[in-house]
Write a protein that binds this ligand. Structure first.
Ligand code: NCD
Length: 292
């Protein structure tokens, strides 16, 4: 694999192989990757989990990690992303993890640079490593995907997490349903109410309202959103006993999810973060394997 930009590019077999490798790394520990490789993390949008867990995986693999701060970079002088990537290619970087607000930013890079691109999130497009760590967490819990009922609730239209997971989970045989305000449904179809789905879902995945991708006025107050679209304590009581709660973070307590549910026994939110390190190590290994 030269690049990882979208879940759409991966076959079912490729997804399962990455999940199995992450499982092995979790069991045996992440070892140094043979050879000498240099990577850098180019984040043009805020990030805590994705950036730090990539960096953790990179360090555990023994890679050289060149620090990059977008707010002190030549992007502020008007340099394009393409030119920044070509600069890092010339300097000798092997792989770049890139997060950028523009949908499909990677299309102008792939095929025009010898640096491997790993997409750490493009606008409202894709976030493949988040999807893989979500799949890893689901597989750890249920063993397989076929026939699982997965509910994704929140700001679906603006969410690269929803889009990546919709592609992947459907490919793997899960039944994916969506719950969101009609204004934020995008190409997805929302069920009418929580009552329709809460009692039959195996996975309840909540998403943050993507204020930074909205234009114009907000439709809800925190309270009204929680009441209509959030996982409230009452709704959580109707969940199946073995169902799990997921959220990619960052979460807003009391908005998309009740404060008390973040660390409840059914929550796998911090497990997702832990699993992200192994998934990112598995992806980096796979990408670097293809380089001489
Ligand atoms: C998500 C993202 O950046 O797309 N967060 C993450 O990577 N863990 C979701 C979000 O920002 O709401």
């Amino acid at each position: 694999m030269d690049h990882l930009v979208s879940m759409k590019q991966l076959t079912e077999e490729e997804i399962m192989a990455l999940l199995e490798r992450a499982e092995t790394l979790k069991k045996l520990g992440i070892r140094e990757f043979p050879g000498k490789y240099t990577v850098s993390n180019l984040f043009f949008e805020p990030s805590t989990r994705t950036k730090m867990s990539f960096e953790m995986a990179e360090r555990k693999l023994g890679l050289e990690v060149l620090p990059f701060e977008s707010s002190f970079s030549s992007a502020l002088k008007g340099e394009t992303l393409y030119d920044t990537v070509k600069t890092l290619e010339a300097i000798g970087v092997d792989a770049l993890v890139v997060r950028h607000p523009e949908d499909g930013y990677y299309e102008e890079l792939v095929g025009r640079t010898s640096v491997s691109i790993i997409n750490g999130g493009d606008g409202s497009g894709q976030h493949p490593t988040q999807s893989l760590l979500d799949l890893f967490t689901i597989k750890e819990e249920f063993g397989s995907f076929e026939g699982l009922n997965v509910l994704i609730a929140g700001d679906i239209a603006h969410s690269r997490v929803a889009r990546s997971n919709a592609d992947a989970l459907t490919k793997l045989g899960a039944n994916v349903t969506y719950l969101c305000p009609t204004e934020w449904a995008g190409e997805f179809h929302s069920v009418d109410s929580w009552d329709e789905v809460i009692g039959t879902s195996d996975v309840v995945m909540l998403l943050r309202v993507q204020h930074e991708r909205h234009e114009g006025e907000e439709l809800f107050t925190k309270e009204s959103y929680h009441e209509q679209y959030g996982l409230t304590e009452q709704r959580a009581l109707q969940m199946k006993k073995n169902a799990i709660i997921m959220h990619p973070g960052p979460f807003n307590r009391g908005v998309e999810i009740a404060d008390s549910l973040i660390e409840t026994a059914q929550s796998r939110i911090f497990k997702q973060m832990e699993n992200g390190v192994y998934i990112r190590a598995a992806v980096l290994e796979e990408i670097l394997k293809g380089r001489h």
